[in-house]
Design a protein around this ligand. Sequence first.
Ligand SMILES: CC(C)(COP(=O)(O)OP(=O)(O)OC[C@H]1O[C@@H](n2cnc3c(N)ncnc32)[C@H](O)[C@@H]1OP(=O)(O)O)[C@@H](O)C(=O)NCCC(=O)NCCS
Length: 247
Amino acid sequence: MNKRERDLSAGNNLEVLGYTSAPEATALIDTLDPKSRLEMASVYQQAFAGYPWYEVVACKQCGEFAKEGDTCSHCQGTVFAEAYPTEWLLKEYLPQMVADYVPGVLILAKDETDSIQGFSCGGGIKLGELIEHKYKGKPDILESITTNSEVNPEKTVFYENETCISPTVQQKGMGSQLNFARVKQASELGFEHVCGRTINLPWLEVKKRHFAQFGYDCAAFYPEGDTYEVDGQRRFFFMATKRNGEN
Ligand SMILES: CC(C)(COP(=O)(O)OP(=O)(O)OC[C@H]1O[C@@H](n2cnc3c(N)ncnc32)[C@H](O)[C@@H]1OP(=O)(O)O)[C@@H](O)C(=O)NCCC(=O)NCCS
């Protein structure tokens, strides 16, 4: 056991919550107590307001996120709103982030006072639908991802949708534990393919390690046609595929 895992097991615990359908997934969010839902919203806001995203405000004209509400670097707009308003997270995004990927799992990391400090989620979706949804249907990206990963668009894959950790407890192994638990669930649910997107290279390395531990080979690449980048770092798409006979 390394130091981070010791730190984590000393003061935190993981709660693994599974669901098999979209109504079950939204009901799960509804049944969390209000304090927990607020903590999830707050963790999400704080995590994405920091490195490497700095999504603090959103330009009202084009929707581009920014660190500060000055002049939008994308469209020169000058009117900004909060990047992730609490009400929107509570009423729309948290239910949607689980219900769109089923069967799936939501994993909560809590501290010794039972406060949520981080969470991770993901679940099943057809690869073609995922690409349509995440890349707004650009045909060259669909072609690039299906060719590079050798996975048919009709195949249902496990999509690693979100992981976020409160900045006050980042770099202590919590994200790594959540990711490990999520890959374990994907493997136990019988998924042959687990995929996702990231611009965070150290985080991608963690994922590759966990995939290997559960018998998946992982290919990461920049999809042709995806021009998204943060501070010069392009966004990877990764597809992990179970090695034959390791289910
Ligand atoms: C990415 C994130 C989930 C990682 O959680 P965490 O608890 O800080 O990560 P861990 O402590 O488990 O560290 C995992 C690995 O990532 C590395 N890492 C994490 N954050 C890092 C950072 N900011 N800079 C460099 N390396 C980082 C760690 O060094 C560690 O690598 P190692 O095991 O090889 O030493 C967390 O930083 C976060 O919520 N970030 C903002 C939201 C986000 O980017 N989510 C992922 C979207 S793809």
